[in-house]
Design a protein. Structure first.
Length: 302
């Protein structure tokens, strides 16, 4: 009886330990593996699709997710050694998978190819491969331009991702390139620009040492935070202009609630620059976009 009870207790403890290990592994994969950031790409597509007349269907969400995951995984793996100081958790995670990383990328590529084949859109396939190529090109070839052209990385990265997202949606749901699309592009570009600049704050010292003229490396922390505060406000002007012009529904102004969340994590980051949890918060911001828009649209329809 006593031995059976001991074995039972040990089995339960082993089960809990295994479960805790699985949860920790899942958490590391979600945070460090690029999945939260890649989910942000899905949220951006969902946000655009939630606007009247721009629904793209469900398969493009998977395509957006895998495309972003490939680019971010490649970039994280390539910069892992340089990230040991600024993002040690992610760096250790990717350095620990050096032998399995090629297989991971092959699996992602296979899922992306299968998804594109199922969707059967030549235009979307071209857009996806161009976006992936431009994203990888920065890490491999174009990064050095930032040594000579201040802010190149920030503008290039924001521009490529925003243009790729908009182009992908237009490939799935062809609409004229008119004022609505341009205003949505400006909104997303300015929000993305603020996000990219914010993430470069943690790399301000290594970027400066490497001669990379990112916005934070050029302006310093305090001026960068001031710029981010201004961008947070200015980014909503395209939406306000769209409402005033009658090309966007009035409920899109509910998106300004996102600005409150942004000011919150900017304040946290300013007060505690060593808190790495501030960066997942910034990534999570994009996940709120479609939620806020759908809730506001639902309320306006009552």
């Amino acid at each position: 009886m006593g031995m059976d009870h001991y074995i039972s207790v040990q089995s339960v403890r082993h089960g809990y330990a295994t479960l805790a290990k699985l949860i920790a592994g899942f958490q590391d994969e979600a945070i460090y593996g690029g999945h939260i950031t890649a989910t942000g790409a899905v949220a951006k597509v969902f946000f655009i699709s939630a606007l009247p007349g721009l629904w793209v269907g469900t398969l493009p969400f998977l395509i957006a997710y895998i495309s972003a995951l490939i680019v971010y995984s490649f970039d994280y793996y390539r910069s892992a050694e340089n990230d040991m100081i600024t993002n040690p958790g992610r760096a250790a995670y990717f350095l620990g998978m050096s032998s399995s990383f090629p297989y991971r990328m092959l699996a992602y590529a296979a899922i992306l190819a299968a998804s594109l084949a199922l969707y059967a859109s030549v235009t979307l396939t071209i857009v996806v491969f161009m976006m992936a190529a431009l994203g990888i090109a920065y890490s491999v070839f174009l990064k050095k331009i930032t040594r000579y052209l201040p802010g190149f990385k920030n503008v290039y990265t924001s521009g490529v991702w925003t243009a790729g997202t908009i182009s992908g949606v237009l490939a799935c749901c062809p609409v004229p390139l008119e004022t609505t699309v341009i205003l949505i592009f400006l909104f997303m570009f300015l929000r993305s620009l603020g996000n990219v600049i914010y993430f470069d704050l943690k790399d301000i010292l290594p970027d400066g040492a490497e001669g990379l003229k990112t916005v934070p490396a050029c302006l310093g922390r305090e001026k960068t935070f001031a710029l981010l505060g201004a961008l947070n406000v200015v980014s909503f002007l395209p939406l306000a202009a769209g409402v005033m012009m009658g090309v966007l529904p009035a409920y899109v102004l509910a998106m300004t609630a996102i600005g409150i969340f942004t000011f919150y994590y900017l304040r946290q980051a300013r007060a505690r620059p060593d808190n790495y949890l501030n960066y997942p918060l910034a990534d999570a911001e994009t996940l709120l976009w479609p939620a806020v828009l759908l809730i506001a649209g639902g309320i306006s329809a009552l």
